[in-house]
Design a protein around this ligand. Sequence first.
Ligand SMILES: NC(=O)c1ccc[n+]([C@@H]2O[C@H](COP(=O)([O-])OP(=O)(O)OC[C@H]3O[C@@H](n4cnc5c(N)ncnc54)[C@H](OP(=O)(O)O)[C@@H]3O)[C@@H](O)[C@H]2O)c1
Length: 250
Amino acid sequence: MANALITGASSGIGLSTARRLIGRGQRVLLLSYDEPELLQACSELGSGAVPVLCDLTLPDQVDGLWQRLEEQHGPIEILINNAGVGYHAEVAEIDLAVVRRLFEVNFFAAASLCAQAMRVMKARRRGHILNLTSAAARRSLPFIGAYGASKAALHALTQSLRLEASGTGVTVCEVLPISVRTPFFDRAGYRPRGFTQTPDQVAEQILRCLDLGQAERTTHWPTALGFALDALLPNWVAKLLAWRYRRPRP
Ligand SMILES: NC(=O)c1ccc[n+]([C@@H]2O[C@H](COP(=O)([O-])OP(=O)(O)OC[C@H]3O[C@@H](n4cnc5c(N)ncnc54)[C@H](OP(=O)(O)O)[C@@H]3O)[C@@H](O)[C@H]2O)c1
């Protein structure tokens, strides 16, 4: 049975994606760090689910992880870097200690796993890497500057990795969701505004992106339109957003 590794798979988008991959006959290694939640998720998913306990904020636990997992479970064909944390704060007020932890999960752990997986997959001439970023990777908004920066960093790394993977037999994909109804917002301490999606809807898009070997996939078509407008008319879009998010006069 082929293995897939999904980081942050104990809840939300990662859990929905694991459920769908297991439904296709894949064995899924679910990585998270909250042990009771992870074990609960795995027992719910049944025999195709394997728990991997790891704190992605700790580089010691991430270094060499791919090799340790392959020694234990056999070759891994799919890596989905999904784990992520949010942070809601004005840039003028950010706590850099929080931002550094956020970057460890959202960027450094994902970058390390991309590198570890790529070295092995390149040698085997097969494999799939998919990184979950966010619409905020391409257009950040007020109060999510640090989060947007971490996702923009992962977006840039994914673009380079994809080009470096060309001709190696390895595909590198990226999915850029917008607001999704998961525990993410409770953990980050804020509420999404406007349109939201379910984790299942995003999981479906993740599998489609993998199946098609697509470079990038948004999960809701107006997002792609927004990116196009932003690229064509950046000053106009900046003015529009400044108006939309203007502070009420004191
Ligand atoms: N929800 C949205 O609106 C939205 C929109 C765009 C992009 N995204 C991205 O989608 C991805 C999944 O988010 P979600 O909405 O499904 O959120 P979620 O339900 O909060 O899931 C986040 C997952 O990451 C894991 N995680 C967090 N810190 C970790 C650490 N230090 N070590 C190991 N695992 C850790 C969590 O595991 P524990 O339970 O063990 O902490 C959890 O399984 C994230 O990358 C997020 O940035 C989400």
